[in-house]
Design a binder for this molecule. Structure first.
Ligand SMILES: *[C@@H]1O[C@H](CO)[C@@H](O)[C@H](O)[C@H]1NC(C)=O
Ligand SMILES: *[C@@H]1O[C@H](CO)[C@@H](O)[C@H](O)[C@H]1NC(C)=O
Ligand SMILES: *[C@@H]1O[C@H](CO)[C@@H](O)[C@H](O)[C@H]1NC(C)=O
Ligand SMILES: *[C@@H]1O[C@H](CO)[C@@H](O)[C@H](O)[C@H]1NC(C)=O
Length: 170
Protein backbone atom coordinates (compact mmCIF):
# COMPACT_ATOMS: atom_id res chain seq x y z
CA UNK A 1 0.00 0.00 0.00
CA UNK A 2 0.96 3.67 -0.44
CA UNK A 3 1.57 4.33 3.21
CA UNK A 4 3.96 1.45 3.48
CA UNK A 5 5.89 2.59 0.44
CA UNK A 6 6.18 6.10 1.82
CA UNK A 7 7.50 4.69 5.04
CA UNK A 8 10.30 2.90 3.22
CA UNK A 9 11.20 5.99 1.19
CA UNK A 10 11.44 7.98 4.40
CA UNK A 11 13.43 5.22 6.02
CA UNK A 12 15.93 5.22 3.15
CA UNK A 13 16.23 8.98 3.28
CA UNK A 14 16.92 8.75 6.98
CA UNK A 15 19.63 6.15 6.51
CA UNK A 16 21.23 8.32 3.84
CA UNK A 17 21.14 11.30 6.18
CA UNK A 18 22.80 9.31 8.96
CA UNK A 19 25.46 8.06 6.58
CA UNK A 20 26.19 11.52 5.20
CA UNK A 21 26.42 13.08 8.64
CA UNK A 22 28.67 10.36 10.03
CA UNK A 23 30.92 10.59 6.96
CA UNK A 24 31.18 14.33 7.35
CA UNK A 25 32.03 14.06 11.02
CA UNK A 26 34.69 11.44 10.42
CA UNK A 27 36.44 13.65 7.85
CA UNK A 28 36.50 17.10 9.45
CA UNK A 29 38.32 17.37 12.74
CA UNK A 30 37.68 19.85 15.50
CA UNK A 31 40.93 20.98 17.12
CA UNK A 32 40.56 22.38 20.60
CA UNK A 33 43.29 25.04 20.69
CA UNK A 34 45.69 24.32 23.56
CA UNK A 35 43.96 21.03 24.36
CA UNK A 36 42.86 20.95 27.99
CA UNK A 37 44.65 24.25 28.67
CA UNK A 38 42.38 26.14 26.28
CA UNK A 39 43.10 29.69 25.12
CA UNK A 40 45.01 31.24 28.01
CA UNK A 41 48.25 33.09 28.76
CA UNK A 42 51.51 31.20 29.34
CA UNK A 43 50.72 28.26 27.09
CA UNK A 44 53.19 27.34 24.36
CA UNK A 45 50.89 27.17 21.34
CA UNK A 46 53.73 26.36 18.93
CA UNK A 47 54.27 23.21 20.90
CA UNK A 48 50.55 22.47 20.71
CA UNK A 49 50.24 23.08 16.94
CA UNK A 50 53.44 21.12 16.24
CA UNK A 51 51.65 18.03 17.52
CA UNK A 52 48.55 18.43 15.36
CA UNK A 53 47.89 18.23 11.65
CA UNK A 54 45.38 20.59 10.13
CA UNK A 55 43.48 19.83 6.95
CA UNK A 56 41.14 21.93 4.86
CA UNK A 57 37.64 21.69 6.33
CA UNK A 58 38.88 21.24 9.90
CA UNK A 59 37.75 23.55 12.67
CA UNK A 60 39.53 25.27 15.52
CA UNK A 61 37.76 25.69 18.84
CA UNK A 62 38.91 28.47 21.16
CA UNK A 63 37.78 28.11 24.77
CA UNK A 64 38.44 31.23 26.82
CA UNK A 65 37.17 33.79 29.28
CA UNK A 66 35.81 36.54 27.08
CA UNK A 67 36.06 39.07 29.91
CA UNK A 68 39.83 39.11 29.37
CA UNK A 69 40.74 37.44 26.11
CA UNK A 70 39.69 37.44 22.48
CA UNK A 71 40.63 35.80 19.20
CA UNK A 72 41.68 37.81 16.18
CA UNK A 73 42.95 36.43 12.92
CA UNK A 74 45.98 38.44 11.79
CA UNK A 75 48.65 38.24 9.10
CA UNK A 76 52.12 36.80 9.65
CA UNK A 77 53.86 40.09 10.43
CA UNK A 78 51.22 41.03 12.98
CA UNK A 79 51.53 37.57 14.51
CA UNK A 80 55.31 37.95 14.79
CA UNK A 81 55.03 41.42 16.34
CA UNK A 82 51.87 40.90 18.42
CA UNK A 83 50.17 43.68 16.49
CA UNK A 84 46.42 43.64 17.12
CA UNK A 85 45.67 46.64 14.92
CA UNK A 86 44.26 46.11 11.46
CA UNK A 87 43.44 42.45 12.08
CA UNK A 88 42.02 40.27 9.32
CA UNK A 89 39.00 38.87 11.19
CA UNK A 90 37.48 39.01 14.65
CA UNK A 91 36.65 35.45 15.71
CA UNK A 92 35.46 36.43 19.20
CA UNK A 93 31.85 35.68 20.08
CA UNK A 94 30.94 34.05 23.38
CA UNK A 95 34.17 32.39 24.52
CA UNK A 96 33.57 28.99 22.93
CA UNK A 97 34.30 30.11 19.42
CA UNK A 98 35.01 28.12 16.30
CA UNK A 99 36.65 28.98 13.03
CA UNK A 100 36.66 26.82 9.93
CA UNK A 101 39.97 26.40 8.12
CA UNK A 102 38.79 26.71 4.55
CA UNK A 103 42.06 27.33 2.69
CA UNK A 104 45.42 25.66 2.24
CA UNK A 105 47.63 28.27 3.90
CA UNK A 106 49.00 29.26 7.29
CA UNK A 107 46.52 30.94 9.62
CA UNK A 108 47.57 33.24 12.46
CA UNK A 109 45.56 34.14 15.55
CA UNK A 110 46.28 36.19 18.64
CA UNK A 111 44.58 37.73 21.63
CA UNK A 112 44.75 41.49 21.98
CA UNK A 113 44.95 43.34 25.30
CA UNK A 114 48.68 42.58 25.63
CA UNK A 115 48.09 38.84 26.16
CA UNK A 116 49.82 38.02 22.88
CA UNK A 117 53.07 38.98 24.64
CA UNK A 118 52.23 36.30 27.21
CA UNK A 119 52.02 33.61 24.59
CA UNK A 120 48.44 33.97 23.38
CA UNK A 121 49.23 33.55 19.70
CA UNK A 122 48.92 30.50 17.53
CA UNK A 123 49.91 29.67 13.97
CA UNK A 124 48.45 26.66 12.16
CA UNK A 125 49.52 25.42 8.78
CA UNK A 126 46.56 24.04 6.86
CA UNK A 127 47.27 21.23 4.41
CA UNK A 128 45.29 19.75 1.57
CA UNK A 129 43.37 16.61 2.45
CA UNK A 130 45.62 13.63 1.77
CA UNK A 131 44.40 11.36 -1.04
CA UNK A 132 44.32 8.36 1.29
CA UNK A 133 40.89 7.66 2.82
CA UNK A 134 42.39 7.97 6.30
CA UNK A 135 42.91 11.72 6.90
CA UNK A 136 43.55 11.41 10.63
CA UNK A 137 47.23 11.84 11.56
CA UNK A 138 48.76 8.44 12.15
CA UNK A 139 49.70 8.08 15.78
CA UNK A 140 51.65 5.11 16.97
CA UNK A 141 50.43 5.51 20.56
CA UNK A 142 46.91 4.94 21.79
CA UNK A 143 44.16 7.56 21.66
CA UNK A 144 44.46 10.36 24.18
CA UNK A 145 41.40 11.20 26.24
CA UNK A 146 41.14 14.41 24.22
CA UNK A 147 40.78 12.46 20.97
CA UNK A 148 38.18 10.24 22.55
CA UNK A 149 36.07 13.11 23.84
CA UNK A 150 36.18 14.79 20.42
CA UNK A 151 35.09 11.54 18.77
CA UNK A 152 32.23 11.22 21.23
CA UNK A 153 31.32 14.85 20.52
CA UNK A 154 31.19 14.06 16.79
CA UNK A 155 29.01 11.04 17.35
CA UNK A 156 26.67 13.03 19.56
CA UNK A 157 26.26 15.59 16.80
CA UNK A 158 25.64 12.83 14.24
CA UNK A 159 22.95 11.32 16.39
CA UNK A 160 21.36 14.67 17.11
CA UNK A 161 21.14 15.42 13.39
CA UNK A 162 19.88 11.92 12.61
CA UNK A 163 17.25 12.31 15.31
CA UNK A 164 16.22 15.63 13.81
CA UNK A 165 15.74 13.99 10.41
CA UNK A 166 13.76 11.21 12.05
CA UNK A 167 11.38 13.66 13.68
CA UNK A 168 11.16 15.74 10.52
CA UNK A 169 10.40 12.82 8.25
CA UNK A 170 7.93 10.85 10.31
C1 LIG B 1 57.70 26.68 22.68
O1 LIG B 1 58.11 25.38 22.34
C2 LIG B 1 58.98 25.36 21.22
C3 LIG B 1 59.17 23.90 20.81
O2 LIG B 1 59.12 23.06 21.91
C4 LIG B 1 60.27 26.07 21.56
O3 LIG B 1 61.14 26.04 20.45
C5 LIG B 1 59.94 27.51 21.91
O4 LIG B 1 61.09 28.18 22.33
C6 LIG B 1 58.88 27.56 23.02
N1 LIG B 1 58.47 28.92 23.17
C7 LIG B 1 58.44 29.52 24.34
C8 LIG B 1 57.96 30.93 24.33
O5 LIG B 1 58.76 28.97 25.37
C1 LIG C 1 49.73 42.89 8.01
O1 LIG C 1 48.73 43.63 8.66
C2 LIG C 1 49.18 44.88 9.15
C3 LIG C 1 48.06 45.49 9.97
O2 LIG C 1 46.89 45.61 9.19
C4 LIG C 1 49.59 45.76 7.96
O3 LIG C 1 50.08 46.99 8.42
C5 LIG C 1 50.68 45.03 7.17
O4 LIG C 1 50.98 45.76 6.00
C6 LIG C 1 50.23 43.64 6.79
N1 LIG C 1 51.37 42.95 6.22
C7 LIG C 1 51.28 42.24 5.10
C8 LIG C 1 52.53 41.58 4.64
O5 LIG C 1 50.22 42.15 4.46
C1 LIG D 1 35.17 41.33 18.37
O1 LIG D 1 33.79 40.93 18.35
C2 LIG D 1 33.22 40.90 19.64
C3 LIG D 1 31.83 40.30 19.52
O2 LIG D 1 31.17 40.79 18.41
C4 LIG D 1 33.20 42.32 20.20
O3 LIG D 1 32.62 42.31 21.48
C5 LIG D 1 34.63 42.83 20.30
O4 LIG D 1 34.64 44.18 20.70
C6 LIG D 1 35.33 42.72 18.95
N1 LIG D 1 36.74 43.00 19.14
C7 LIG D 1 37.43 43.84 18.35
C8 LIG D 1 38.86 44.02 18.69
O5 LIG D 1 36.90 44.37 17.41
C1 LIG E 1 56.04 7.03 18.48
O1 LIG E 1 56.97 7.32 17.45
C2 LIG E 1 57.94 8.26 17.83
C3 LIG E 1 58.82 8.58 16.62
O2 LIG E 1 58.27 8.07 15.44
C4 LIG E 1 58.76 7.70 18.96
O3 LIG E 1 59.73 8.66 19.37
C5 LIG E 1 57.87 7.36 20.13
O4 LIG E 1 58.61 6.75 21.15
C6 LIG E 1 56.76 6.44 19.68
N1 LIG E 1 55.82 6.25 20.78
C7 LIG E 1 55.30 5.07 21.08
C8 LIG E 1 54.32 5.07 22.20
O5 LIG E 1 55.59 4.04 20.47
Amino acid sequence: MGAEKRFFVKFKLMLMAILMVSMESSMAALHRVGGKLGWNPNVNYSEWSDHERFYVGDWLLFNFDKRYFNVLEVNETSYDNCNDQGFVKNITRGGRDVVELTQVRPYYFLSSGGYCYHGMKVAVNVEMLPPAPEPAPVKNGSLTSDDVSLKIFHYMISFAVAYYYLVLLF
